[in-house]
Write a protein that binds this ligand. Sequence first.
Ligand code: LHQ
Length: 258
Amino acid sequence: MEYQNLTLEERDGALRISLDRPEVLNALSFELLRELNDVLTGPAAQEGVRAVLLTGAGRAFSAGADLGSTDVSGDIRTVLEESYHPVVRSIAKLDKPVIAGVNGVAAGAGMSLALACDFRLLSEEALFTVGFSGIGLVMDAGCSYFLPRLVGLGRAMELAMSNRRVGAEEALAIGLGERIVAGADFAEEAFAQVRQLAQGPTLGYALAKRELRESFANDLDLQLLLEADSQARAAASHDLREGLAAFREKRAPRFEGR
Ligand code: LHQ
């Protein structure tokens, strides 16, 4: 399928999805969101793809909802349920790492999208702003779910109410991002790191993703059961056998993701 608002590149088992409307800082139109969900449930879900990088073309990650085409005083519930929620759910459900490459500003629902990913690589130009309060809206598209889980309740409150801009260094310090990728070519360096991840034990990553994502809703007993179930599946994997063989033979493992 041809995409008008995204650029895809698949290399070494990793898929890079670039939001590609740089003239409006990759603002999220309905069409872009439809295409993004199509990729997340189609090409990204293929077995040969073992890690996904979501990033932005040009100088922004995403400036959030396309204020040119989104009627924010219209039926916003339906807009969210039909256009935004499928994308957030697809990222959570994808059984492989989905990494945000935050190359520039991530505002409003653009920030929500970055927070919905499994973790975030930051360029030195990364800039987060909750955005919503600047125009009289509230957090949506998962922001109020992920933000306090990442930075804690008090910081989430402060960021939501101040609407201030958080740069890469502070983002790293407070847990909005996990790694700064320095250097001139962020797009290539971040992709290289995600391609490295694509060589890992993908089934194990998928199980870990589920363990961690569900841990906030589970009590200790449920979480211990989930861990035991996950470990039983990991223990039956080809990659465990390969990992043990590589350890015995004192060589690097060649994981196949199964
Ligand atoms: C834009 C946008 C944009 C369209 C820049 N849309 N064109 C609401 C409704 C429904 C469901 C889902 O969720 C939501 C929540 C939201 O996401 S509401 C939107 C939240 N985002 C914002 O409030 C950010 C709005 N943008 C800005 O404040 C600035 O553009 C930032 C701080 C991101 C960047 O500033 P600058 O670097 O100075 O760039 P710029 O403002 O000059 O923008 C460049 C172009 O991009 C410009 O177009 P132009 O034709 O003048 O060159 C902007 O109009 C356009 N653009 N954001 N969200």
